[in-house]
Design a protein around this ligand. Structure first.
Ligand code: ADP
Ligand code: GLC
Length: 505
């Protein structure tokens, strides 16, 4: 099958969150299964052409944005990790005004949502068609991700299913319903579609223009990134006002759990941790200096404590976090100025907390301030791939108190590294973590239902208590967690089934 992934991020080139990981890992897996997969993303300022060895295709692409014709160049390179036989080609749309001349992808501190985002992503969603025509390469499946590229499925349905695209079907993956691309409808003329389409294609949203809603109405098939979140999003509580649209498309809408990239997230191969480890190393693995989980995690924990300036104590549990500092992730309940639970957790319990994150400025400020007042709470406000690996390996527990979580990758990374997640019972967290049962010792983590500071406090307290009082059960949970299979292969099979169903439509 020929598949074009149209996305606003793809790791390692451009990443703000799990979307980037998911797009690249799914593409590589599909290519390994024999499919022909290309990815197209914008060439942002941060995508360094020299560092990544991008090549200019010397093509001039153009597409209509409103009454103007916007022109752009296109660069390419094979996705790192591709096989030689069947590489995933990544195409970068180069338009300086829209993407190349600014640092953020979607905004920056002073302007979290760039005023011209509707124009930028309308352009991007349309230029894809010219790219394929100029390459003379037409996909069977146009796979779009989130609101930023949702419009491509609308363009396919209204006007572009011609000149090579006659047999193409579209699939929309919703990675996060909390971001829909809702703008004033004055932006609609950018699409160069008639106003009749505004209503027919489902753009209309209380007199505003909703990019994701139109994608939900127009894509041939839809999915989100875990079965539980697929169910939740059809309810008012989690539907962000699009629950009725999703119920309307229920027959075409499923949940497929993300996988994780086992080459990058694997304690047996990880170059960013002091000792590579596995549950029980074989003779061959021992010869390659791969150690058992207890030794490997102890070394990682000591390195983590050292690097973050915590007392190097193997007997105190470390709670790790790697996260966007955003409301979605439960940051209000954890760090909210007057009622956050992080302060009381660190004050009352014998433990250490390490957090790596960037995001909302109020939260960055609170986290920094807390770190200056508590000796057992350390934070780094930055993005760091190396630190994130060390935290996954060196922590005893990993905290993710998400308000909602479409899938969540970090809790899966944690499990594979033998770090027990403390999570809220929602979305992909609920689909991947099993609650500790004190009587039987079963489970892989600690789960709570209600999102409030008290529940977070109590559940961290429970994990902390188990660390000191049920040590053998905790160690057995680590081994069980590490044996979980989150490979992309299983999920990619489900995507292929969905693609086939889209083509049948
Ligand atoms: P989301 O996409 O909603 O932020 P996910 O759990 O799906 O949540 O994915 C988050 C991804 O971003 C993970 O790969 C995680 O390691 C990474 N990440 C988040 N914050 C940071 C950070 N400060 N430094 C490095 N990686 C980070
Ligand atoms: C989104 C979601 C996250 C998911 C990721 C990749 O950013 O918030 O839960 O894991 O996309 O699909």
């Amino acid at each position: 099958m020929k598949i074009l992934m149209a996305a606003s991020e793809a790791a390692p080139f451009a990443k703000t969150g799990g979307l980037a990981d998911a797009v690249s890992a799914l593409s590589l897996t599909l290519a390994n299964m024999g499919h022909e997969v290309n990815i197209v993303i914008p060439r942002y300022f941060v995508v360094d052409k020299v560092r990544y060895g991008l090549k200019d295709l010397n093509l001039s692409l153009s597409s209509q944005v409103g009454t103007e014709t916007a022109k752009c160049a296109v660069w390419t390179v094979n996705m790192p990790g591709s096989s030689k036989k069947n590489p995933v080609k990544t195409y970068f749309i180069e338009h300086d005004e829209f993407f190349g001349c600014r640092e953020g992808f979607y905004g920056y501190d002073k302007e979290p949502d760039y005023f011209d985002n509707p124009r930028r992503f309308t352009f991007f969603s349309r230029i894809i068609f010219d790219l394929c025509r100029k390459l003379n390469w037409f996909p069977d499946i146009l796979h779009v991700h989130d609101w930023q590229t949702a419009l491509a499925s609308v363009f396919l349905k209204y006007g572009e299913r011609r000149g090579g695209f006659e047999k193409t079907s579209s699939v929309l993956t919703i990675h996060n319903l909390g971001y829909q691309g809702i703008y004033h409808k004055d932006n609609f003329p950018n699409t160069a579609l008639g106003w009749d389409v505004f209503y027919q294609a489902g753009f209309e949203d209380w007199n505003m223009m909703n990019f994701l809603k139109a994608g939900i109405h127009c894509a041939d098939k839809l999915n989100t990134v875990s079965p539980r979140y697929a169910e939740e999003t059809k309810t008012q509580a989690f539907g962000f006002r699009l629950d009725s649209s999703l119920r309307y498309r229920a027959e075409d809408y499923i949940g497929i759990l993300n996988g994780i990239d086992g080459k990058i997230w694997n304690p047996k191969l990880d170059p960013f941790i002091p000792l590579k480890y596995t549950v029980k190393p074989s003779k061959l693995e021992r010869e390659k200096s791969i150690v058992g989980v207890a030794v490997g995690k102890a070394a990682a924990k000591a390195a983590l404590q050292r690097q973050y300036g915590l007392p190097e104590n193997p007997d105190v549990p470390v709670i790790g976090m790697v996260t966007r500092l955003a409301e979605q992730k439960g940051m209000g309940e954890l760090f909210g100025p007057s009622y956050g639970s992080a302060w009381s957790i660190c004050r009352d319990m014998e433990l250490q907390v390490v957090i790596l994150g960037k995001g909302d400025s109020w939260c960055e400020h609170e986290v920094t301030s807390l770190a200056s007042r508590l000796s057992n709470f350390k934070a780094r406000i930055l993005n760091s791939e190396t630190d994130s690996h060390l935290i996954e390996a060196g922590s005893d527990f990993f905290l993710m108190p998400s308000r909602y979580e479409p899938c969540g990758l970090n809790q899966m990374y944690s499990l594979i590294y033998g770090t027990l997640p403390i999570v809220r019972n929602t979305g992909g967290l609920a689909d991947t973590v099993e609650n500790f049962n004190q009587d039987t010792g079963e489970g892989t983590g600690f789960i709570f239902d209600q999102l409030n500071p008290r529940s977070i406090y109590d559940t961290v307290g429970w994990a902390n208590w188990a660390y000191y009082n049920c040590r053998s059960q905790v160690e057995a949970m680590r081994v069980r967690a590490m044996k979980k299979d989150f490979s992309w292969e299983k999920s990619a099979e489900k995507y292929v089934e969905m693609y086939k169903a889209a083509l049948r439509k």
